[in-house]
Design a binder for this molecule. Structure first.
Ligand SMILES: *[C@@H]1O[C@H](CO)[C@@H](O)[C@H](O)[C@H]1NC(C)=O
Ligand SMILES: *[C@@H]1O[C@H](CO)[C@@H](O)[C@H](O)[C@H]1NC(C)=O
Ligand SMILES: *[C@@H]1O[C@H](CO)[C@@H](O)[C@H](O)[C@H]1NC(C)=O
Ligand SMILES: *[C@@H]1O[C@H](CO)[C@@H](O)[C@H](O)[C@H]1NC(C)=O
Length: 281
């Protein structure tokens, strides 16, 4: 029996359109844009999906500018994904936040794909600064910027290098985040001076213990993403985490290959992140 579309309640048809829109976010934004132009009803469904994540690259400043001036569109923006190089367009136009200081109020999450200063008009609850090309951020060097964002609940940073036994700045930084419930660290880069497996395991265990002790029951999730070169250490990480028997610990073995920048943008759009992927052992 063939499907008789006109017999479906309109809500179901619209639901299907919304579903199609969300699945096209992964790989076909231009199709999605076309879909939004089909009819007013489609536009109303597709637009919030299309604008939920605002991707800022070094070359689309003009487009981003146009969006930020549209209060109606900005109302849909929940995530800002900053891929533009440090201090390049469009974030030099200080007139944006000044002329419409509330336009970023709905932004809950900021994802950095490049090394740059934090735009002060963003006040996210979720911050992702992991894996920034060319910048081997020992994450807690971010102590300075982090204390400006006491509202953060979810923080995702690069894991400190395991080349040294000491984790500089870590407890101090955690004390600056009173609302933090979710902390994740990205292990994808091996130290320049890689420690032996035994030393590595000891240091990972020590770091996780320090974090859990410092935060004193405040953390709900402490996640590690293991990827890239660090996949060679997967077994060690699993042994450490299994041995600690702490239900707050989560692991994500991310063995996808490809352009990490594109993967992160795609993940941002479809809502895949360390919080959705990291699992208990
Ligand atoms: C996007 O969708 C259009 C229309 O269905 C199709 O022609 C095009 O090949 C798709 N592009 C990709 C990258 O899948
Ligand atoms: C900026 O460019 C990227 C990459 O081409 C694109 O994915 C994104 O949607 C653009 N942002 C806007 C607001 O058009
Ligand atoms: C990152 O940005 C800061 C401040 O803009 C700058 O001092 C530093 O040199 C940059 N680091 C890299 C690796 O580009
Ligand atoms: C990865 O993709 C981004 C945007 O899609 C592009 O600008 C960059 O050059 C790519 N990097 C590599 C190493 O191919």
């Amino acid at each position: 029996m063939s499907l008789r579309w006109h017999e479906l309640p309109i809500e179901i048809v619209l639901f299907i359109v919304a579903h199609a829109a969300r699945s096209a976010l992964a790989d076909n934004i231009s199709w999605l844009t076309q879909l939004s132009l089909v009819s007013r009803a489609f536009y109303d469904i597709v637009t919030p999906v299309l604008y939920a994540t605002l991707v800022v690259t070094g070359t689309n400043g003009t487009l981003v500018r146009a969006v930020t001036k549209e209060t109606r569109l900005m109302a849909y923006v929940r995530k800002v994904c900053l891929a533009a190089a440090s201090n390049s367009s469009p974030w030099q136009w200080y007139e944006v936040p000044l002329s419409n200081s509330n336009c970023f109020a709905g932004v809950d999450e900021v994802i950095f794909l490049s090394n740059r200063t934090f735009p002060s008009f963003l006040r996210p609850r979720r911050l992702d600064m992991h894996n920034i090309p060319g910048l081997n951020i020992a994450c807690f060097d971010l102590k300075g910027p982090l204390h400006l964002f006491p509202q953060l609940t979810h923080v995702y940073l690069a894991c400190p290098s395991m080349a040294e036994a000491h984790i500089f700045g870590l407890p101090e930084s955690l004390h600056q985040l009173p609302r933090l419930t979710h902390l994740a660290m990205d292990m994808s880069r091996e130290s320049l001076d890689p420690p032996t497996d035994t030393a590595f395991s000891e240091r990972v265990r020590n770091m996780l213990s320090v974090i859990l002790e410092t935060t004193d029951g405040q953390l709900e999730i402490l996640a590690l993403r293991v990827a890239g070169k660090m996949l060679a250490r997967w077994d060690s990480v699993v042994r450490v985490v299994a041995g600690m028997r702490d239900r707050r610990l989560r692991l994500w073995r991310d063995d996808r290959i490809g352009n990490t920048t594109s993967l992160r943008v795609q993940d941002a759009r479809i809502g895949r992140d360390v919080w959705t992927e990291a699992k208990q052992l």
